[in-house]
Design a protein around this ligand. Structure first.
Ligand SMILES: CCCCCCCC(=O)SCCNC(=O)CCNC(=O)[C@H](O)C(C)(C)COP(=O)(O)OP(=O)(O)OC[C@H]1O[C@@H](n2cnc3c(N)ncnc32)[C@H](O)[C@@H]1OP(=O)(O)O
Length: 161
């Protein structure tokens, strides 16, 4: 791996997400990291991620924002607690409470997509992440997401059945 991503450090019972779980062989394997004070997720869509020929499917874009935002929230909680990826302390697990996506311009299918996030608010169990999706130098979409510490009811199973 060329860099450390938060998803590399999710506990195994939390690593099955279709978007970003490293244990899910059918998933996208989105990976999110710090880039100084911002968070970054890059993804290369394939031809199957098409909406209209030449353009990326909006559902994929929402998925990308979703996992980028949960990953950003985990990174933010972890850094706030004085930790860096690679520490022994498990990274916090967050789920999406709210995801608002604005599709600003058609997203071309071809370039690697870059999602850049800013931690707009961080509380005891809630993080607000505001993100932009860029295709080369075109700002294609924007997202505001509310992420909350994963409730115990979602952490009861240690692996999929
Ligand atoms: C491998 C890694 C996996 C990563 C997951 C990828 C992303 C996902 O797909 S997660 C799956 C989709 N999400 C879910 O299924 C979550 C389902 N929802 C829930 O379990 C609950 O509603 C949950 C946990 C989000 C919030 O629980 P709740 O008891 O309402 O929390 P609560 O303590 O009241 O609220 C905490 C804070 O969040 C805020 N909040 C809660 N829900 C929302 C919402 N829908 N919109 C805005 N803010 C909200 C509250 O206002 C509160 O804010 P503050 O601290 O400022 O007062």
């Amino acid at each position: 791996m060329d860099f450390l991503a938060v998803q590399d450090f999710y506990p195994e019972d939390f690593a099955w997400c279709y978007g970003c779980g490293r244990m899910n062989s059918s998933g996208h394997h989105f990976r999110t990291r710090w880039n100084e004070e911002e968070t970054l997720t890059e993804y290369q869509p394939g031809p199957e991620h098409m909406a209209i020929p030449g353009f990326v499917y909006g559902g994929l874009i929402a998925s990308l924002f979703d996992c980028h935002s949960t990953g950003s929230a985990s990174l933010a909680f972890y850094r706030q607690a004085g930790h860096a990826l690679g520490d022994e302390t498990p990274v916090p697990r967050c789920v999406t409470a709210s995801l608002k996506v604005d599709y600003l311009k058609p997203t071309p299918l071809g370039p690697t997509l870059r999602v850049i996030g800013r931690i707009a608010e961080i509380g005891r169990k809630k993080v607000v992440v505001v993100s932009e999706l860029w295709a080369k130098d075109v700002l294609c979409a924007r997202c505001e997401a509310v992420l909350v510490t994963a409730p115990a009811s979602m952490l009861q199973n240690s692996s999929p059945s």
